[in-house]
Design a protein around this ligand. Structure first.
Ligand SMILES: Cc1cc2nc3c(=O)[nH]c(=O)nc-3n(C[C@H](O)[C@H](O)[C@H](O)COP(=O)(O)O)c2cc1C
Length: 278
């Protein structure tokens, strides 16, 4: 099968709608690698060469950065005691301790403030937008690291749950004021193929000229049914609170997930690290 036909089939699976991909379009190899994305949480014990990790970091840090401010950094966690302590904080995600490589992406609002001090300039920008920009830069770098790893046949899994333990992770990594953990990233050679996650239809998430959520409930129902046919949930979340339902789709799962408070203290942590956030 040609790359264009493979991409059409992958997109049909992902979004449940037809796509036409012209075989003459440029860059289809890279497009296919992006479309094939799937999170990988099981890795072969085969180590990943340190030079590959350096290359992945270089790709991540080549990604766009707001105003070229470069408000993000990466920690390669090589020390096994540090890694195992982070893994021990999150026992229900054993892949954190098992992956051959573990990176932590950071939002860095510190360097630019240091630069202001070095160049004897005022810094009237320690407000919410600084945190937002730092998180955005970190997120773009993380996504680019995933794409780079996948282009090389590696598998990856971002880990934002480290933010449930932000203060401890920050202490373990010696993070100074105004440098905060954004997410970890497990990387390794895949031990399984992972599962493709179907996404909401483009008709719902790509808007034309104006935001439109008119048919959202129907579109969500249809999406739930499509996901259920492709990959039904094996377990239901928080059954002690919500019981077992016959139809358990993506929207039920996400509603249950966000029926529990998550990281309500993260804002206080970010403020305690020197960001103003006003
Ligand atoms: C910012 C971010 C944080 C994530 N945090 C975690 C995490 O803490 N633990 C985990 O196992 N997966 C985590 N994931 C992986 C998502 O669960 C996964 O991407 C999602 O289920 C969709 O699957 P897909 O990536 O295969 O499309 C994270 C993904 C992103 C983008």
């Amino acid at each position: 099968m040609t790359a264009s036909r493979r991409i059409e089939a992958l997109l049909q699976d992902r979004f449940g709608e037809p796509f036409t991909v012209d075989p003459g379009w440029p860059g289809l190899e890279r497009i296919e690698s992006l479309i094939k994305h799937r999170v990988i949480r099981r890795y072969s014990p085969q180590p990943v060469d340190a030079a590959l990790i350096r290359l992945i970091c270089a790709c991540a840090l080549s990604a766009p950065s707001k105003s070229d401010l470069q408000l993000r950094d990466v920690v390669v966690v090589e020390n096994q005691a540090t890694r195992q302590e982070i893994a021990g904080l999150i026992p229900d995600m054993p892949w954190i301790g098992q992956a051959p490589v573990f990176l932590v992406f950071l939002g860095n609002g510190r360097r630019i403030m240091e630069i202001a001090r070095l160049r004897t300039k005022p810094f009237p920008n320690n407000h919410f937008d600084l945190v937002f920009n730092a998180a955005t830069d970190a997120a773009i770098a993380l996504a680019t690291a995933v794409a780079a790893a996948e282009a090389m046949g590696l598998g990856a899994c971002p880990i934002s749950v480290i933010r449930d333990h932000a203060a401890r992770v920050g202490a373990l990594l010696d993070l100074p004021e105004r440098v905060i953990p954004f997410a970890g990233l497990c990387i390794g050679w895949p031990a399984d193929e992972g599962r493709m996650s179907p996404r909401l239809p483009l008709a719902m998430t790509v808007h034309r000229d104006r935001f439109d959520e008119e048919n959202a409930p129907d579109a969500i129902d249809a999406y739930d049914r499509r996901r259920e046919q492709m990959a039904p949930y094996r377990t239901q979340r928080d059954t002690q609170m919500w019981g077992e339902t016959a139809r358990y789709g993506w929207s039920e799962d996400k509603a249950r997930q966000y029926a529990q408070p998550q990281r309500g203290d993260f804002g206080a942590y970010v403020r305690s690290r020197g960001f103003s956030m006003d």
